[in-house]
Design a protein around this ligand. Structure first.
Ligand SMILES: Nc1ncnc2c1ncn2[C@@H]1O[C@H](COP(=O)(O)OP(=O)(O)OP(=O)(O)O)[C@@H](O)[C@H]1O
Length: 372
C-alpha cells in the first residue's frame, strides 16, 4: 500500500505543484493519476521514490515512512518506467534490462538469464538481446523499459506516461500486454497518464487531479464515468461517457443459436441456413469468418472468401455489454456474433436484445440505490 498523507510540494520558485494530497493506492492494484497538463501527476509520482522531496506531509509505503528510509534502499524496491523508456543507448538490450540486478550485486550470468526470461515475459524476441536501443522500434523500447523495471522483482512500480510515445495501435497492444502481465504479477502500481481512456482501461482506481495538485475525485473507472463528482471531472472524463461505461457492464445475454455454412458450400445450403437473407460462414473450429448475403450467391456458385462481409466485430460471450452492442451494430446482418474463449461461435444477439439487458440492469441498480 502507498499512502499520501497531507502531501504538499512547493517548488523553490513558489509553484505549488501538489497541495494537500490524501490518497491510498492499495497493494496489488493499479492506481492511475490522470489530469490536465501541469496538475502535479509527475511530481506526485516522483515523491514516492524521493526523486522529489515533499515540502510537507508523509508518504507511507506499507508501514514505512518513506522520508525516513535511505533513498537508494527505497528505490531498489520500486521499479520506474518513463516515456521513451529512458534506456542507456550504449548498452545492449540484455544489459539494459539487467541494470538493477547488477547494481544489486547479482553475478552476470544470473542477471543475463533473468533478462532473457523477462524479454520473453514482455513479448520481446530473444534475438533482440544483443541489439542496442536505437535498433528497436518505439514500442519495443517501451517493452524493454517495462522489463528493466521488473528485473529485480520490485513490489511497487511507478510508471510515468510509459506508452505515450507510440502510435495508437502499438499503444493498445502494450496496454493489453501490461494488463496480462499485471494479472500474473499483482504489483502495486501507480500509473501516470493525461489520457482518460488509458486511465479507465488500466486503472483499478483512478485519481483525477486538477491544476494546483488537488485531488478532484478518486473512484473506480465505472464510477468515474457514471458519477463524476463535479463539472471539472465530467468535462475531463468527456463525451460518450454513458456509452463508455457499458465497457464495465457485463450481463448474461441469451444468444440465439445460429446456423452456419462453410467455405465451399453451395447456394442451396446457404439458402437453407440463412435467416433474413444472411448466413454466417465459419471455419472447421467454428470460428466466424464473415457474413454472406444469400442473394449474392448465384445458383451453382460456392461460398468463397470474396463474398464474405467482415465488418462485424466479434464479442466474447462473457465480455462487456458494450462489446456485444458493438458486435450487433457493426454486423451487416444486424445480428452480433458472440464467441467463446477459443473464438468459436456461441450464437448471436440483436442490438435491441442487448439494450433490453442494459436497461434491466440499470433499472435494477437504480432500484437498489433508491431502496437503500
Ligand atoms: N522543478 C520545478 N520548478 C518549478 N516548478 C516546477 C518544477 N517541476 C514542475 N513544476 C511545476 O509544477 C507543476 C506540476 O508539474 P508536473 O510535472 O508534476 O505536472 P504533470 O501533471 O505531470 O504535467 P504534464 O502532464 O504536463 O507532464 C507545473 O506547474 C510545473 O510547471
Amino acid at each position: 500500500m502507498i499512502k499520501f498523507d497531507s502531501v504538499v510540494k512547493k517548488y523553490p520558485d513558489g509553484t505549488v505543484a501538489v497541495n494537500g494530497l490524501d490518497l491510498v493506492a492499495p497493494s496489488g492494484k493499479i492506481t492511475v493519476f490522470v489530469g490536465p497538463s501541469g496538475c502535479g501527476k509527475t511530481t506526485s509520482l516522483r515523491m514516492i521514490n524521493r526523486m522529489i522531496e515533499p515540502t510537507s506531509g508523509t508518504i507511507w509505503l506499507d508501514d514505512q515512512d518513506t522520508g525516513k528510509v535511505d533513498a537508494s534502499t527505497l528505490r531498489r524496491g520500486i521499479g520506474y518506467v518513463i516515456q521513451h523508456a529512458g534506456l542507456f543507448p550504449h548498452r545492449t538490450i540484455v544489459d539494459n534490462i539487467a541494470t538493477v540486478p547488477l547494481l544489486m550485486g547479482w553475478d552476470k550470468k544470473k542477471a543475463r538469464a533473468r533478462s532473457l526470461e523477462l524479454m520473453e515475459r514482455v513479448g520481446l524476441d530473444p534475438n533482440f538481446a544483443k541489439r542496442y536501443p536505437a535498433q528497436l522500434s518505439g514500442g519495443q523500447q517501451q517493452r524493454v523499459g517495462v522489463a528493466r523495471a521488473l528485473a529485480a522483482d520490485p513490489p511497487v512500480m511507478l510508471m510515468d506516461e510509459p506508452f505515450s510515445a507510440v502510435d495508437p495501435v502499438v499503444r493498445a497492444e502494450l496496454q493489453d500486454e501490461f494488463l496480462r502481465l499485471q494479472s500474473e504479477l499483482g504489483k502495486t502500481i501507480i500509473f501516470v497518464t493525461h489520457d482518460i481512456d488509458e486511465a479507465v482501461k488500466l486503472g483499478d482506481q483512478v485519481a483525477v487531479l486538477r491544476v494546483g495538485g488537488v485531488l478532484a475525485q478518486l473512484a473506480t473507472p465505472a464510477e468515474l464515468l457514471t458519477d463524476p463528482v463535479d463539472d471539472f471531472v465530467a468535462g475531463f472524463v468527456g463525451r460518450d461517457r454513458g456509452y463508455r461505461a457499458l465497457g464495465f457492464e457485463t450481463g448474461s445475454l441469451s444468444p440465439e443459436p445460429e446456423q452456419t455454412i462453410r467455405m465451399g458450400d453451395d447456394a442451396v445450403a446457404a439458402g437453407r441456413a440463412a435467416r433474413d437473407g444472411w448466413v454466417l460462414a465459419v471455419d472447421d473450429a467454428r470460428r466466424p469468418l464473415g457474413w454472406v448475403r444469400v442473394a449474392a450467391l448465384s445458383s451453382g456458385k460456392a461460398v468463397a472468401s470474396d463474398l464474405l462481409h467482415r465488418g462485424g466485430t466479434l464479442a466474447p460471450v462473457s465480455g462487456s455489454l458494450r462489446g456485444a452492442l458493438d458486435a450487433a451494430l457493426s454486423s451487416p446482418s444486424g445480428r452480433g456474433v458472440l464467441v467463446d474463449e477459443a473464438g468459436a461461435l456461441v450464437g448471436t444477439v440483436t442490438a435491441s436484445e442487448v439494450v433490453t439487458r442494459i436497461e434491466a440492469q440499470l433499472a435494477g441498480r437504480r432500484e437498489a440505490v433508491s431502496g437503500g
